[in-house]
Design a protein. Structure first.
Length: 319
């Protein structure tokens, strides 16, 4: 209901010849007379049948008052056959009114209902809108049934795929994460969640790097994200340091690639890294060892030169 309007009451005549709307407060540029517009039964029928989903109107005893063309097609009936019958004897079939629908009719005050209804292999989303008089007493209710079978199948398929991908990333011997265009985490594997100081990957959703244990390096990480997303070019196998929950610092080898949707639009990034701290330590140990041997060898050469100076023609010099 638009702001500034009085309450509108829908009045359905017993003969269904005319449906009148109570006069509402006129908007700017309109007169009150403009809004005293009777709607003919023919116009109402066109409006009702224009609703592509099955729709019906019932009284407080849940008896059908009106049914649109989509409702009749879905139920396999004509409107004349079903008017006056409890709607559950027609469509959607059941032992009584839908729980949410009954609650909305019985409830004092405004409200409707939203509930899922299964009919055979199909699943419908039932939206119920209750019309009330000025004392908030229920007059009738409008139901619109949207077929959400395909949507639910698609959601189930996405959940199955998500579960499969989650299972796969759990077995990869690396930390894996993915983010949206704003560098907010959407998910990751358990190893990555633990690195972030979280108990499970479910806790990653919606967080950013400023909320992680590595917040001191957040700006650098996010800059890398943006560079990959803006260029569309992966950044592969680069080494960087990362903080751990115990305050220590480790070396990791990181790769980031852009994530794309069905239309190839970049929607985020996928990141993967593995801890190379031990390798870096081994490399440093090797460098340290090489340096020690270099110094030892140089000292040996210097000692040999001093030794040569103490001899002349292989004969020790007498000091």
């Amino acid at each position: 209901m638009c702001g500034g309007h009085n309450r509108r009451i829908i009045r359905v005549s017993p003969t269904r010849e005319v449906i009148k709307l109570k006069t509402v407060k006129p908007q700017r540029g309109y007169t009150a007379q403009t809004w005293k517009m009777p709607i003919s039964a023919e116009l109402w029928r066109h409006i009702f049948d224009a609703i592509k989903d099955p729709a019906f109107l019932h009284d407080t005893q849940f008896r059908l008052l009106l049914a649109n063309a989509a409702y009749c097609r879905e139920a396999g009936v004509t409107e004349e056959e079903v008017l006056g019958k409890p709607y559950w004897e027609v469509f959607p079939p059941g032992a009584g009114p839908l729980p949410g629908c009954k609650d909305a009719i019985d409830r004092i005050g405004p409200g409707g209902s939203l509930e899922e209804v299964r009919v055979g292999e199909k699943l419908f989303l039932s939206r119920s809108y209750t019309a009330r008089d000025e004392q908030d007493k229920s007059l009738c209710a409008l139901h619109i049934l949207s077929d959400i079978t395909a949507q639910k199948h698609s959601e189930a398929a996405r959940r199955k795929l998500k579960d499969l991908l989650q299972a796969l990333v759990e077995y990869v011997p690396a930390r894996i994460f993915w983010k949206d265009r704003n560098s907010h985490y959407l998910g990751g594997n358990t190893e990555f969640a633990h690195d972030a100081g979280l108990a499970s990957p479910d806790q990653l959703s919606g967080k950013n790097d400023f909320e992680m244990v590595w917040k001191d390096r957040a700006e650098s990480y996010i800059a890398d994200d943006l560079a990959v997303m803006e260029s569309g070019t992966p950044k592969l196998d680069y080494e960087e340091q990362a903080a751990r929950t115990d305050g220590s610092t480790v070396w990791v080898c990181t790769s980031k690639v852009p994530l794309r949707d069905e239309s190839s639009q970049i929607i985020g990034i996928l990141g993967i890294y593995h801890d190379i701290t031990e390798r870096k330590r081994a490399e440093q140990a090797l460098r340290d060892s090489e340096e020690r041997y270099r110094l030892l060898f140089e000292n040996m050469l210097e000692g040999y030169a001093h030794c040569k100076m103490l001899f002349e023609h292989d004969t020790p010099l007498d000091f």
